[in-house]
Design a protein around this ligand. Structure first.
Ligand code: DC
Length: 230
C-alpha cells in the first residue's frame, strides 16, 4: 500500500528543478530530495580516488566501495559519502562534469536506485533528477517535466555564477556545456532523460519561479481532490 505522497520532477540541467522543488517542498511540507547531489557525491569519490571516469569497468568496480546516504538537517539535504559530509564539495563544474559522465553507467545508477526509492517510502517527497518519473518513482502522484530553452538556461547559469561572485566565463561556452550535458543525459542507454508518458510538461523559459511553483501546487491539488473523489 502506498502511504506517502510523491512528486517527481525531471528535466535538463539548469531548467530550475532544484529551486522549484525546494520551494514547493517548503510550501507543501514535503521533504525535498535532490538526486543529482547523490550522483555528484559518487563523482567526488571517483575523483578523489583517481578512478578513470571514462572507463566504465573501473568506475563500476570502484562504486562498490562508495556508501552514500542522505540526512536532512534543518530541512537541508546533506549527502554523506563513506561517513563524511561532502555536501560542500558538490557544486563545482569539475564534479558536475564527472557526475554527468559517470551517471551514464548502469552500475552507478543501480547503486543509487534503492536509496532513492527508500526516501519516498519514509515521507511525502518531491524528488528531482532525470529518471524519477520514468524509473525511480513510476507511481508518483504527480510527474513534472520541467524544461527551458538552452539559451535561457545558460543565462540563468551565468547569473547564478555572477551572484555567487564566481568567475562567470563566456556565455557561449556555458551554453555549449549545457547542450553537451543534455546530449549525454538524453542519449545514454541506462535510464536516459525523457518525459514520462504521464508527465505534465512545464516550459519555464518565460515563467517566473512563483508562477511555476503555483502551477505545480495547483496540479497536485487537482490530483489529490481527484483521488478523494475516486
Ligand atoms: O541535476 P545535477 O546537475 O545536480 O545532476 C548531476 C548529474 O547527474 C547530471 O549530469 C545528470 C545526472 N543525474 C542523473 O543522471 N539522474 C538523476 N536522477 C539525477 C542526476
Amino acid at each position: 500500500m502506498k502511504n506517502h505522497k510523491s512528486i517527481a520532477i525531471d528535466g535538463p540541467a539548469g531548467a530550475g528543478k532544484s529551486t522549484i522543488a525546494k520551494l514547493t517542498a517548503e510550501k507543501l511540507g514535503y521533504i525535498y530530495i535532490d538526486t543529482g547531489a547523490m550522483y555528484r557525491a559518487l563523482a567526488v569519490y571517483f575523483l578523489e580516488n583517481d578512478t578513470d571516469i571514462n572507463n566504465e569497468a573501473a568506475v563500476s568496480e570502484a562504486v562498490k566501495d562508495a556508501v552514500v546516504s542522505i540526512e536532512h538537517i534543518g530541512g537541508e539535504q546533506h549527502v554523506i559519502l563513506n561517513g563524511r559530509d561532502v555536501s560542500g564539495l558538490l557544486r563545482t563544474e569539475k564534479v558536475g562534469d564527472a557526475a554527468s559522465k559517470t551517471s551514464a553507467y548502469k552500475a552507478v545508477r543501480e547503486h543509487l536506485l534503492a536509496l532513492q526509492r527508500e526516501q519516498a517510502k519514509k515521507a511525502d517527497v518531491i524528488m528531482d533528477g532525470r529518471d524519477i518519473g520514468t524509473a525511480i518513482l513510476p507511481d508518483a502522484d504527480l510527474k513534472i517535466y520541467l524544461d527551458a530553452s538552452s539559451e535561457e538556461r545558460a543565462k540563468r547559469r551565468l547569473r547564478q555564477l555572477e551572484e555567487k561572485g564566481l568567475p562567470a566565463g563566456d556565455f557561449d561556452d556555458i551554453k555549449r556545456d549545457i547542450e553537451e550535458r543534455d546530449y549525454r543525459d538524453i542519449h545514454r542507454a541506462a535510464s536516459p532523460l525523457r518525459k514520462a508518458d504521464d508527465a505534465v510538461v512545464i516550459d519555464s523559459t518565460h515563467m517566473t519561479v512563483p508562477e511555476v511553483t503555483e502551477c505545480i501546487e495547483r496540479l497536485m491539488k487537482e490530483k489529490t481532490e481527484a483521488s478523494i473523489g475516486d
